[in-house]
Design a protein around this ligand. Sequence first.
Ligand code: 027
Length: 638
Amino acid sequence: MNMPDSILEEIFIKRSQQKKKTSPLNFKERLFVLTQDKISYYDYDVDKGKRKGLKGYVDTEKIKCVAIVLSDDNTPPERLYPFQIIYDEGPLYIFAKSDQVRKQWIRELKNVIQSNKDLMQKFHPRFWEDGMWKCCKQEVKQAMGCRVTESKNGGFLNRDNKSISRKPLPPTPEEEKLPRPLPPQPPVPSGFSLGMTVIAEYEYTPMASHDLELRKDEEYTLLEINDPNWFRARDKYGNEGYIPSNYIAQALNGLEKYDWYCKNINRSQAENLLKTENKDGGFLVRDSGKFTGKYTVSVFTKVGGETVGNCRHYNICVNAQDQFYLAENHNFSTIPELIIYHQHNAAGLVSRLKHIVSNRTEHAPSTAGLGYGGWEIDPRQLTFIRELGNGQFGVVKYGKWQGRHDVAIKMVKEGSMSEDDFIEEAKVMMKLCHENLVQLYGVCTKQRPIYIVTEYLANGCLLNYLRDGLQHPTGIMLLEMCKDISEGMAYLEANQYIHRDLAARNCLVDSNGTIKVTDFGLSRYVLDDEYLSSAGSKFPVRWSPPEVLLYCKFSSKSDIWAFGVLMWEVYTLGRMPYERWNNTEIVEKISTGQRLYRPQMANERVYSLMMSCWHERADERPTFQDLVVIIKDLLFNM
Ligand code: 027
């Protein structure tokens, strides 16, 4: 039989509820299970990884508020991410292991309680401890909260300067530093180690002499992982060579090779995927919880040919003989066998499993260079096919490398670039590899003009795409574009790389509509005074913050300002920022606090996000890492 439908499961630390003023505080590890009706917590056997007795629960319909708790400076590391669930009995304090997990739980909980009556308008942002609220020092436990609750979506920024009527109390100093979202992502793919077995997610045909061929779904052993983009590996025949690290995945449970297995997705993400696909009998298999080693089959049905469908979730159960089953009387020794059976027989499910729904990208991503090794490309291996247009450094052509791989070739007009400096920098730029950055493949420097060879994107420049390439732009599409750009920029930020000229004209669109950022850092090699001097006619004044205009101070925070302007370009479908003003007027207006207006397509939340990028003080602006989290949250709630 199916287990009661858990939305999330996680081991947290729970603080005792201190019902009497004098009872001591204690903290215990508990297994928390969230379902639509209840949040329950269990005793947990760490050694056996098993759920033991039920210790307590809260009916979700009784919950009045879910919020993070601000912790003190002397908090032990295992209790850094507290949150609270407030119900009749007061607050239940729970400590998550990371901000990410905490955020996920708060989001799911808010989802579950969204139509509860009597949701609280105010709450206490700090603990009730030793008979008082640590935030406002009130000594009555029932005392009204001292902070206004965030709106449903709960963004990180509270900078909506329009809402004067319900202005929250001034923030406590600690609050400024606490709700920072995710830590920066490491530039090196994590989780891989020497000797590990991995599985190829894409085919890879060797591009350079030391490369190894990858066949999709086959296993490889890692022999060398010094270069984050290229690992040395061995296949099952004993062949050895270099492989692109973004083409492989860890082999953990043997399910990775099946397209129906979606690693690292939760219930709501599964529902989103299935609903987007919108096929009756669409299905996928996901992890039931983060640690359980259990799996759930999620199925989409359109019962009776209805236009809107819904999702069902079935836990894969294990019987006493260690066999897997979804419905009784149909047992299998492996999960793939169980899936094959239910692809042909509903046998108790709402539908048989008709269509695999996958979260994998069909297209193989770009590699960091054309094979392992140098950055020098032999120009005799390039075929020129057609001219694409003109860039900062001259003509750009579309062509093929080795007659097979699409490339864009920039032919650098002589005298337009400080070439030696650029060639040196190209070695660094080659190592930057992200799905939202236009990949540098290499350079041809043994000739004049020199060539810069990059990834080719079939839909051209974002600015033109916005102006005349979009049929029926929606708020979601525009925000997806901003998400793509913020992810590419967050990668540059994590690698301490400053773009210096972020704008819609420096983004490209691929055949799927994915946006990628291009020409990062290149402005440093431009030989053109009109472009380099902030007084010059080509300097990107409209994308520059005060500190760049006044003291040429570039930083990731000046990129953030430009990102705000780029968001504005996106939401106006490619208008010129500050259309009616000239450069002198712009500098003047910006320094007196004037900003771009709210585009019609941008709602208040989106506009307050752009506005946060235009804080006069650079350190008040968010990071790209913040922006990624906030934009994903907005998208999730659309
Ligand atoms: N670049 N450019 C294109 C275009 C262009 C491109 C690039 N691709 C540049 N990688 N890939 N279309 C225009 C188109 C790099 C690709 N059509 O102007 C310039 C396609 C096709 C013209 C308009 C779609 C509607 C580095 C930025 C050089």
